[in-house]
Design a protein around this ligand. Structure first.
Ligand code: ADP
Length: 556
C-alpha cells in the first residue's frame, strides 16, 4: 500500500511539475514576445517619423543592432534595406505586413523559418508620402528556447523530482501509519480517517459474528464430546488418512488406548488385518462390519464413511463389546455338539444291543445282561434329557416363584431320597445344624442340595461319610456338603461347573454322571443370589460351601 501511494503521488507530483514548468515557460515566452512586438511597434513608429522628416538621410549613421529596417515604395519596390542591397532585392509588395500597411496604414506579421528554429516579427507602417517602412526582428522559436534551456530545466526538474520523491514517501508513510496502528481487536475504538469507519464497523460486526459462531461451535463440540463420552460403545473418528481425530473414553478402554493416540494412525493402535480391510473399503465409500478379537476380548466393529460433497472425508468407527454374547454363543455351539455326542453314545448302544436281541444272536445266558445294559443306558438318556431340560429352563430365565424356605428341611428331604443310593454305596449320611430360612424356589433348591449330595455319594470311598451342615453366619445362611471321597485336583476345581465337564470322564460315565449336575447347581444358585466355594484335597475329600443371602426384615 505504501508503495502504491508513493508511486501514484510521485507520478502526479511529477506530472503537475512538468506541466507547470511548461506552462510557465510558455507564458514567459509569450510575455516577452508581446513585449518585443510592442517595442518593435514603437521603433517602427519612430522610424516612420524619422523617415518622414529626413527621407533617405535617416539611414545615415543609423545603428540598428539586430533590428532590420526595410523601406519600400507604394508598389512594394525596395528603396532601402539595412542589411541587403536594395537594388538586388525582389519586390516586397506581397509580404503580408507590407500589403496590409499599404492598404490600411499599419501591418504586422509573424513568420517562422523553414526549420522552425527561428521566428521573425514584422511591423510595417505607411508614411504620409505613401512609402512603407518595415522593421523586423528575428528571435529563437520556443522550441529552440526550450532546447537552449535544457540544462537549467533539467537541473530544476531533477531537484523537483528529488523533492517529489521525498514528499511522496513522507506522505505515503504518514497516510499508512495510522492504518498500521489500527487495533483490530476493538475496531470501533480507533480514531482514524472517517473514510474507513464503515470498514471498521464491518470488521467489528464480523468479529462479533465470528465470536458468537465460535461460542456456538465450542458449545456444540462440548455437547458432542459429552454425548460421545456417555456412549457405552467405543467411538473413533478418523480423517481420510486413517489418523485418529477423536476417541471416546469407552473406545480408549476397549482398545486399551489413551488420549495420546489422537493423531496417530488407527492401525498403530489396533493391529488387525480385518479392521484394515474394513477401513480401506470405508475410504472408498463402502460401509462394513466385522468381528475383531483384541487382547482376548471380542468386538463387533462398524465402519461408516463420512461423506462431504460425495468425497470421503473420514471414517466413523463404532466398537461394541460382544465378548459375553460371543462366549455364550460359543458355549451354546459347544453345548449342542456335546448334547448330540452324549445322546448318540447311549442310543448306539441301545440300538446295537436291541438289534442283537431282535436277531436272536444273543445266547440265553447273556439276555439278562443285554437287557440290563439297555435299561441302564436308557436311564442315562432319561437323566441326560431331564438335565438338559432343567438347564434350558434355567437358561431361558423363566419367572421363578420364590417363597420362604427352610434349607434344613429341604436338605432333610433330599437326603431321604438319596438314602437308598447311599446305603447301596455304603456311604453314611449325616445332617447337622438347624433350621435356617432363605428366599428360594423349592424345586431348584432341592436340585442344588440333591446334586451336591449325589456327587458327594458318587465320588466317595466305600464306607465313606457325607456331612450336610446348615448354619447361619454374619447374617448369611451357609450350607456345607462335605464328603470323604476321592477329591478334585486344584486345577480342575474351577472347571467342574462347566457344562459336560468331568474330571474323569470314564469314571463319571460308569457311575451314571451326565456332566451337567454342577452346571445346574451353579445356575440355580445364581437365581438365588447365592455363591459356592469348593475346597478339596485329593484322596481325602471335598467340601462345597453354599452361601445364601439371609431374609430381609419384610421377608422374614
Ligand atoms: P457328573 O454328572 O459327571 O457328576 P457334575 O457336573 O455333577 O457331573 O460334576 C462334574 C464333575 O466334577 C464330575 O464328573 C466329577 O469328576 C467332579 N465332581 C463333582 N463333585 C465331586 C465330588 N464331591 N468329589 C469328587 N469329584 C467331584
Amino acid at each position: 500500500m505504501v508503495k502504491k501511494i508513493f508511486r501514484s503521488t510521485l507520478f502526479s507530483n511529477f506530472l503537475i511539475l512538468l506541466l507547470s514548468l511548461l506552462l510557465i515557460v510558455g507564458a514567459v515566452y509569450r510575455y516577452f514576445n508581446q513585449l518585443q512586438m510592442e517595442q518593435l511597434q514603437t521603433q517602427t513608429a519612430l522610424a516612420a517619423q524619422g523617415l518622414s522628416v529626413e527621407g533617405r538621410d535617416f539611414f545615415e549613421g543609423l545603428k540598428t543592432s539586430n533590428t532590420r529596417i526595410t523601406w519600400v515604395d507604394n508598389t512594394g519596390k525596395v528603396l532601402y534595406d539595412t542589411e541587403s542591397d536594395a537594388t538586388k532585392m525582389e519586390n516586397h509588395g506581397d509580404r503580408e505586413e507590407i500589403a496590409e500597411a499599404i492598404a490600411s496604414g499599419h501591418g504586422e506579421s509573424v513568420r517562422y523559418s523553414s526549420t522552425l528554429t527561428q521566428k521573425s516579427l514584422y511591423v510595417a507602417q505607411r508614411l504620409v508620402n505613401g512609402t512603407v517602412v518595415r522593421l523586423s526582428v528575428t528571435q529563437h522559436s520556443i522550441l529552440l528556447l526550450l532546447f537552449g534551456l535544457f540544462q537549467p530545466l533539467l537541473l530544476v526538474l531533477l531537484i523537483m523530482l528529488a523533492l517529489s520523491i521525498w514528499i511522496s514517501r513522507y506522505t505515503a508513510h504518514r497516510l499508512v501509519a495510522p492504518l498500521n496502528q489500527l487495533d483490530l481487536d476493538s475496531p470501533l475504538e480507533n480514531v482514524v480517517y472517517g473514510e474507513i469507519s464503515p470498514l471498521l464497523r464491518r470488521i467489528d460486526h464480523q468479529q462479533k459474528e465470528l465470536a458468537s459462531q465460535e461460542q456456538l461451535l465450542t458449545q456444540k463440540k462440548g455437547e458432542f464430546d459429552t454425548i460421545i463420552s456417555k456412549i457405552r460403545e467405543g467411538m473413533v473418528l478418523l480423517d481420510n488418512q486413517r489418523r485418529i481425530i477423536s476417541m471416546n473414553p469407552a473406545a480408549q478402554q476397549l482398545l486399551q488406548a489413551d488420549n495420546e493416540s489422537v493423531g496417530r494412525d488407527m492401525l498403530e493402535v489396533v493391529r488387525d488385518l480385518q479392521l484394515n480391510k474394513l477401513m480401506e473399503a470405508g475410504l472408498t465409500g463402502v460401509k462394513g462390519e466385522g468381528v475383531l478379537t483384541v487382547e482376548g476380548m471380542t468386538y463387533k466393529a462398524l465402519v461408516r464413511p463420512i461423506l462431504s460433497d460425495n468425497q470421503v472425508t473420514g471414517l466413523a468407527l463404532l466398537f461394541f463389546d460382544i465378548t459375553e454374547q460371543w462366549q455364550a454363543e460359543q458355549m451354546r455351539r459347544e453345548f449342542t455338539a456335546n448334547v448330540s455326542h452324549e445322546l448318540k453314545t447311549p442310543l448306539h448302544i441301545i440300538s446295537g444291543y436291541s438289534e442283537m436281541l431282535h436277531n436272536q444272536v444273543v445266547s440265553e445266558a447273556d439276555v439278562q445282561q443285554f437287557a440290563h445294559k439297555i435299561h441302564s443306558e436308557s436311564q442315562r438318556m432319561v437323566q441326560l434329557v431331564e438335565d438338559i431340560i432343567n438347564l434350558s429352563l434355567l437358561d431361558e430365565s423363566p419367572q421363578i416363584s420364590m417363597e420362604k424356605l427352610d434349607v434344613y428341611q429341604v436338605a432333610t428331604e433330599s437326603l431321604e431320597s438319596l438314602s437308598g443310593k447311599a446305603s447301596q454305596k455304603q456311604v453314611a449320611l449325616h445332617l447337622k445344624g438347624s433350621s435356617h430360612f432363605v428366599k428360594g424356589n423349592h424345586a431348584l433348591l432341592s436340585s442344588v442340595i440333591y446334586n451336591l449330595c449325589d456327587n458327594a455319594i458318587t465320588y466317595n470311598q466305600p464306607k465313606g461319610d457325607v456331612y450336610v451342615t446348615v448354619t447361619g453366619k454374619d447374617n448369611k445362611v451357609l450350607l456345607e456338603v462335605k464328603d470323604t471321597g476321592i477329591g478334585i485336583p486344584k486345577e480342575e476345581q474351577e472347571r467342574i461347573f462347566e457344562r459336560f465337564y468331568r474330571v474323569d470322564k470314564s469314571r463319571s460315565k460308569k457311575v451314571g454322571g451326565t456332566g451337567l449336575g454342577l452346571s445346574i447347581v451353579k445356575h440355580a444358585l445364581k437365581c438365588h443370589g447365592a455363591s459356592i466355594e469348593v475346597s478339596s484335597q485329593m484322596g481325602q475329600g471335598t467340601s462345597m460351601i453354599v452361601t445364601f443371602p439371609s431374609l430381609t426384615d419384610s421377608e422374614a
